[in-house]
Design a protein around this ligand. Structure first.
Ligand SMILES: C[S@@+](CC[C@H](N)C(=O)[O-])C[C@H]1O[C@@H](n2cnc3c(N)ncnc32)[C@H](O)[C@@H]1O
Ligand code: SF4
Length: 382
């Protein structure tokens, strides 16, 4: 089976105020880091022994995988190569925090086989970075990209967040200008979301920080296309822009509803219509693997509704959109409802070309509204 492989790294130097990912402040003891890492290696070996998997994309995400020494990461890639059929042309991505890399660590990672780097920059304004608890400043972010280039990375992505506390429209325009100077091959630009149980949520609740202003965030989102298009970036997914041929192949696997394996604590896999999830906490995950127990704690068979919901929302996030003819062949009860829904949509949200529908620029900004209504229509018909 051909799959995308995601490996989860649980630790960060410190937690950023806005983040609710399954990430933990790094343990003081190296032993504990290593115990988690050993568990991940074991998970890779065991999963590879279960079935013949061909891996076309490998994504090390987190948390902060760039905290792990390059020698360990090399060991991990070797174990992946012996456990899976790792395509020699595979896209192999490492998520990195700019405060944790330098040219020699990046060169070592490049040499061991990583060929794509995704840098969490968030903003190029020091004051904003400090306010959201980042461990690096703007200069370090630029240096990390230069170091990546010098280390031989030809495929680099930056993450930006807009709508940060105290961020003005001019601040975000300055961030985009900096992107124009640095010219990464790929850019992810996320609207800040306030997640439950984060420090940011508490700060807002206590009145220390104003909640993000949706109108300002919409104005910021409107800056993206006019700025990025002339520089050759295409928006291939709601929050993702890439130069030609540089869309993230791993993320496209999720959006196209193709099978993937997620190993590491809290990671999700999707194969044969089943979704499985692993133990959330790194310590319990590591203990399970060390004791020879399975780290899988949840199996969910995606029924018709679940599959349909995934196919539609994921496909509509992408530039390619959704192939209605294919969907109707698979679900013959759908056409009347879907056509009725499309006719009833306000103009300018969805574009139809042959049997495909896509969200327009405006549709993407209102994607959640379109999704909710479309799913309501569809799910009452299955
Ligand atoms: C795992 S992190 C990237 C690597 C590394 N941990 C770092 O932060 O530098 C994934 C990305 O998700 C985005 N993100 C996380 N929480 C977010 C939130 N609440 N709102 C918007 N974007 C968020 C950030 O842009 C972040 O870079
Ligand atoms: S944004 Fe990245 S560095 Fe910050 S807490 Fe989340 S995963 Fe860790």
């Amino acid at each position: 089976m051909v799959v995308g492989l995601y490996l989860h790294f649980a630790y960060c130097r410190t937690r950023c105020t806005y983040c609710d990912f399954n990430a933990y402040s790094e343990p003081d003891a190296v032993d504990e880091q290593r115990a988690y890492f050993e568990a991940l290696l074991e998970d890779v070996r065991r999963t590879g022994a279960e079935r013949a998997y061909t891996v076309r994309t490998l994504f090390c995400g987190g948390g902060t995988p760039s905290l792990i020494p390059a020698t360990w990461m090399g060991e991990l890639l070797e174990v992946c190569r012996t456990s899976f059929q790792l395509d020699p042309q595979a896209e192999i991505t490492l998520e990195a925090n700019p405060g944790t890399v330098d040219q020699s660590s990046l060169a070592a990672l490049r040499q061991r086989g990583f060929n794509r780097l995704s840098l969490g920059v968030q903003s190029f304004q020091d004051e904003l970075l400090e306010r959201i608890g980042r461990i690096h400043d703007a200069q370090q972010a630029g240096q990390a990209l230069d170091a990546a280039r010098a280390a031989g990375f030809e495929n680099v992505s930056l993450d930006l967040i807009y709508g940060l506390p105290g961020q003005s429209l001019a601040d975000f325009q300055a961030d985009l200008k900096r992107v124009g100077e640095l010219r990464p091959e790929h850019l992810s630009a996320y609207a800040l979301t306030v997640e439950p149980n984060t420090r940011l949520e508490a700060q807002i609740r206590l009145g220390e920080i104003a909640p993000p202003d949706p109108d300002l965030q919409a104005d910021m989102a409107d800056q993206l296309a006019p700025f990025l298009r002339p520089l050759g970036y295409r928006r291939y997914e709601i929050s993702n822009w890439a130069q030609s041929g540089r869309a993230c192949r791993h993320n496209l696997i999720y959006w196209r509803n193709r099978p993937y394996l997620g190993l590491g604590c809290g990671a999700t896999s999707y194969t044969d219509g089943w979704r499985t999830r692993r133990i959330l906490h790194p310590r319990y995950y590591a203990a399970a693997l060390a004791q020879g127990r399975t780290p899988v704690i949840e199996h969910e068979r995606l029924g018709l509704e679940g599959t349909l919901k995934d196919i539609i929302t994921l496909a509509l996030r992408t530039r390619r959109g959704l192939d209605l003819a294919r969907l109707y062949r698979r679900y013959p009860v759908l056409p009347d409802r879907v056509e009725g829904f499309l006719d009833g949509l306000p103009r300018g949200l969805v574009r139809r070309q042959g049997s495909r529908i896509r969200l327009t620029g405006r549709g993407r900004n209102l994607a959640n509204v379109v999704f909710v209504e479309l799913l309501d229509t569809l799910l009452t018909s299955v």
